[in-house]
Design a protein around this ligand. Sequence first.
Ligand code: GN1
Ligand code: MG
Length: 367
Amino acid sequence: MDNKDILAMTEALGAYKKIGTALSAEPYGSGHINRTYLVTTEDKKYILQKINTYVFKDPQGVMENIKGVTDHIRRKTQAAGLDASRCTMNIITTDGGKLLFCGKDGECWRMYDYTANTVAIDAVRGVEDFRRSAEAFGNFQKLLADYPAHTLCEPIKDFHNTPVRYKNFIKALEENKSGRADKAAPEIAFAKEREAFTAILEEANAGGRLPLRVTHNDTKLNNILFDADSGEAVCVVDLDTVSPGYSVTDFGDAIRFGANTAAEDETDVSKVSLDLNLFEAYVEGFLKGCDGRLEPSEVALLPEGAMMMTLECGMRFLTDYLDGDVYFHTDYPEHNLVRCRTQFALFADMERKKRQMDDIVARLSIG
Ligand code: GN1
Ligand code: MG
């Protein structure tokens, strides 16, 4: 953290005097978008986040979405007679009762309770972790199945509209703001060859085979908190992108991130592949969590959802590389290109394993 960050954070903490004196505030987590800090007071811990307003143009709208969704999840969990204290995120309002604090420099901040005795993980420790995370995201679908979707704002327009993402990639290529297009020639060719594929979910939606639902839209494994002792999935976090979307993209983004045998930014692409055992565990957990809420036509499209999210995410990293790294936080100049390569390598492996993915889904959806 540089001095400017520390000053801004101190100003933000001043809006939350009710939590008491902050003894420390440390950078926390591994998100690519917002800046997250763990704040410790004498008796509790809190999560303080600076919202990336380049990405989220309407932070107030984002917070209203999160308030609505978390209240709904808490109510439904309570009504089911379950322990609701750790089932979702709990917003701490400012001393003035606001969902957000916006500082002098225009930066916006928010605070949550820290969910004690939990961990977020960037890679599965075993199949069971993955099955549990799948069930938690499936359950998230189930809990929000009766949420009035029209009351949600769309935090990022066309977030998982892959044909629009493809157009943005072509625009970035034509503009080549970073001057780095030459360095990404194989990746550019890879994306262009798959243009037709980008439309298949939108076509399924238009054809009535893929309904719009309330979805999370960023179902990375590290957006689940696990109990540090029991290993149970406790709570779904990072709700910034909740909006109407497709169940299969929630499923798919989780596969993209968690069922890859390598990290999202592995530099050795030969380590990248789709782990079919993890894929199978996720299908099983997700269907269990959704508890019959999905149509058969949606279930059949789960493999396409996984492929779409992988291709789309690779295209997004490539677009940002061409734009000069303005969207995702990067740790070194080629970081976005490295991330794009892992996604495209994973997509290519999914193309090879498509039949096996279909067989697994067909087998588990009957059972
Ligand atoms: C971002 O914030 P984080 O790291 O959970 C991104 C996702 C990408 C992901 C790639 C708002 O998620 O869409 O899939 O990085 N979030 C946003 O790792 O763009
Ligand atoms: Mg996150």
